[in-house]
Write a protein that binds this ligand. Structure first.
Ligand SMILES: NC(=O)c1ccc[n+]([C@@H]2O[C@H](COP(=O)([O-])OP(=O)(O)OC[C@H]3O[C@@H](n4cnc5c(N)ncnc54)[C@H](OP(=O)(O)O)[C@@H]3O)[C@@H](O)[C@H]2O)c1
Length: 294
């Protein structure tokens, strides 16, 4: 089996690399020397290159698959990361490219359901950059006869990515009646989706969400209950304008329910519910789960 290049190997990418390595050769591409060193300590071969600059990276001669997990540049910079990455691949002809995108490309649907055929209407610069990169991925794959899988991913949570500090500091949450449904995925279910996308004959857009949309108030209260922490104070939308960060407010402004039928049917991944995912996360962090095993 040829090498799988993981471009952007941070939180999710590292967990993916751990699952891939062994059965197949893996090369991780990250920005910083510190990340190369951290991956090397786990036995994951890695190289560094800043996709915002001109730095090159060695393309494995037996490149067979690419999973692209680096974020776009966002509103602060011109986003040519993915374009530069594709250019750096030169004449390489992997069989499959998996591009990790976001459900943010659907924009705000006022709570309506979105499947993969739903129109896209990105509401912020980062989501617009994602949509543009999806188009670049499709065209690049078409030109090379590669299979192209575009994973539109909901908010990722898991061990080390839970609002525990916010709860410990007594930070409030937007009250349930003002909250839109939020869509999430446990990091290992995203990893399972990437693994399946690499080997199953699936192409095009696949939503990666757990199919259990719940408000931030409900999700955070669930975290608090399972972690044995006090439930967060709930505040109104007007109070939230001063109390919550601009990023969080932007996330809360968008409302949609993400359907995951292709994830389950075509990729064969049945994501865990928030209850199970949170219990798994807390256990992996070595924390006591209130209410015992389930
Ligand atoms: N977090 C969410 O809720 C969410 C939701 C939907 C989609 N996503 C997307 O899912 C993907 C995986 O998320 P994650 O949380 O695992 O990401 P992450 O932990 O932030 O990792 C990002 C990786 O990309 C690398 N990177 C960033 N900028 C780069 C550049 N200019 N050149 C080269 N490498 C660069 C980083 O390298 P260094 O470590 O060296 O900086 C890191 O390895 C990301 O694209 C993210 O935007 C996330």
């Amino acid at each position: 089996m040829g090498t799988c290049l993981l471009a952007g190997c941070g939180y999710a990418g590292t967990r993916l690399a751990r699952r891939l390595i062994g059965p197949r050769p893996v090369l991780a591409l990250v920005r910083s020397a510190a990340s190369v060193a951290a991956l090397a300590r786990e036995g994951i071969p890695a190289v560094s290159a800043d996709l915002d600059g001109a730095s090159a990276f060695p393309v494995p001669p037996d490149l067979a698959a690419v999973v692209y997990l680096a974020p776009p540049a966002g509103p602060d910079g011109e986003d040519r990361r993915f374009e530069r990455f594709l250019a750096a691949l030169g004449e390489a002809r992997p069989q499959v490219l998996v591009y990790v995108s976001t459900t943010g490309v659907y924009g705000d649907t006022g709570g309506a359901a979105v499947d993969e055929a739903a129109p896209t209407a990105p509401a912020d610069e980062r989501a617009r950059q994602r949509l543009q990169a999806e188009g670049q991925a499709r065209r690049w794959c078409e030109a090379r006869g590669a299979r192209c899988v575009l994973l539109r991913v909901a908010a990722i949570y898991g061990p080390g990515r839970l609002p525990l500090d916010r709860l410990r500091h007594g930070e409030p949450v937007l009250r349930a009646e003002d909250s839109a449904p939020g869509n999430r995925i446990h990091v290992d279910d995203l990893v399972a989706a990437c693994l399946a996308a690499l080997v199953r004959p699936v192409a095009g857009v696949v939503n990666v969400a757990d199919g259990c949309p719940e408000s931030m108030a409900a999700f955070t209260a669930r975290v608090a209950a399972l972690a044995g922490l006090p439930a967060p104070r709930e505040i109104s939308w007007a109070e939230a304008q001063d109390a919550l960060s601009p990023g969080l407010l932007a996330f809360l402004r968008e409302s949609r329910r993400v359907f995951n039928a292709r994830l389950v049917g075509d990729l064969g991944v049945t994501p865990r519910s928030p209850e199970v995912g949170l219990r798994d996360s807390l256990r992996e962090m070595g924390l006591t789960v209130a209410g015992g095993p389930a």
